[in-house]
Write a protein that binds this ligand. Structure first.
Ligand SMILES: Cc1cc2nc3c(=O)[nH]c(=O)nc-3n(C[C@H](O)[C@H](O)[C@H](O)COP(=O)(O)OP(=O)(O)OC[C@H]3O[C@@H](n4cnc5c(N)ncnc54)[C@H](O)[C@@H]3O)c2cc1C
Length: 288
């Protein structure tokens, strides 16, 4: 199906983009991998699309001493293959490599992936696990939003009308920080049945700090708080990881759909959380 008619505007600067977005019926267009299917299936209509892909310099990855700054137009493929990201925050590249297929990864951007806030998208749980900070810009200036406040609900973020996501900041991986992104999917290029992003700070055999975030098992990506608390400050063991998996599965709120029944998703999530903790612990403790 063709999308309904819309006005198309491709500004050369972010200032012109935010100006154009003050139009009530305007929407940002980035790589178009989520927005265009939505328009074509007529689930949404917008009078004006503001294409930010012509603005130069929004696809950067800047490495600083303790953090990495990522421009919203950095594609999923570029984050998958970027050597600095692989070395300094490999949770991002591990998740990026599991998104869709090369075509979608070449067009889709990190800004679009998080701003869409599809509960099945893979970057939101990664951003939650890493405690990312988002910078939004509008005509009235800039503001910073913590990842935990950014994802509000299904397809809803804390971005207000007229705001553009301008930058994402994530910390550089700390010494002793283990990570894992695990995703169960039906087809090789599919969205997840359930997915888990895990970042653990490990000291000796103890898990000092845990950030475990989930996708596809609730109305939005979210941190599995009780599972994190259950393992923090404790010595790692396989049974501890299994208990955390059971807690996350019990607390989750998956819905039965074409990807599987509620019960199947809970069981899958429990196993993914357990396996993610084990993998992240092994990586953090340097045992491999
Ligand atoms: C066949 C297929 C399979 C897919 N499989 C997966 C998958 O397995 N995992 C996964 O995570 N995703 C998957 N996707 C979705 C795709 O990865 C994301 O749609 C993509 O990353 C979104 O980025 P985009 O640049 O294309 O955003 P767009 O489609 O251009 O925009 C998406 C939304 O974000 C808003 N937006 C975009 N950029 C900004 C910005 N800078 N500031 C404010 N708002 C903004 C737009 O207004 C729109 O609402 C799949 C998509 C397709 C078509």
């Amino acid at each position: 199906m063709y999308p309904p008619e819309f006005e198309y505007f491709a500004p050369n600067s972010i200032e012109d983009a935010v100006e154009a977005l003050s139009n009530e019926d305007a929407k940002v267009l980035a790589g178009g991998q989520s927005l265009l299917p939505l328009l074509k299936s007529r689930f949404a209509t917008f009078g004006k699309l503001v294409d930010i892909s012509r603005i130069t310099g929004l696809d950067y990855v800047k490495i600083e001493e303790e953090s990495i700054r990522i421009g919203p137009m950095a594609t999923i493929a570029s984050l998958e293959s970027n050597g600095d990201i692989q070395r300094l925050q490999p949770l991002i590249s591990e998740a990026a490599s599991q998104i869709a297929d090369p075509l979608v990864r070449n067009m889709g951007t990190i800004g679009g992936n998080v701003s869409h806030s599809d509960p099945a998208n893979d970057m939101p749980p990664v951003m939650l696990a890493l405690n990312a900070k988002f910078t939004a810009i509008s005509k009235s200036g800039e503001r910073s939003i913590d990842a935990e406040k950014f994802f509000v609900d299904s397809f809803q973020t804390a971005l207000e009308h007229g705001e553009i996501l301008k930058e994402i900041e994530v910390p550089v991986r700390r010494a002793g920080q283990g990570y894992s992104y695990m995703k169960l999917k039906k087809g090789s290029a599919d969205f997840s049945v359930a997915a888990v992003a895990c970042a653990l700070d490990v000291s000796g055999k103890t898990i000092k700090r845990a950030r475990i975030a989930l996708a596809s098992v609730s109305s939005k990506a979210e941190i599995a708080n009780d599972a994190c608390r259950h393992i923090e400050g404790k010595e790692f063991s396989e049974s501890l990881a299994e208990e955390a998996g059971a807690i996350a599965a019990k607390n989750a709120d998956p819905r039965s759909d074409s990807y599987g029944s509620e019960e199947y998703k809970r069981r899958a999530l429990g196993m993914l959380v357990k396996d993610s903790i084990i993998k992240a612990y092994i990586r953090g403790s340097g045992s491999i």
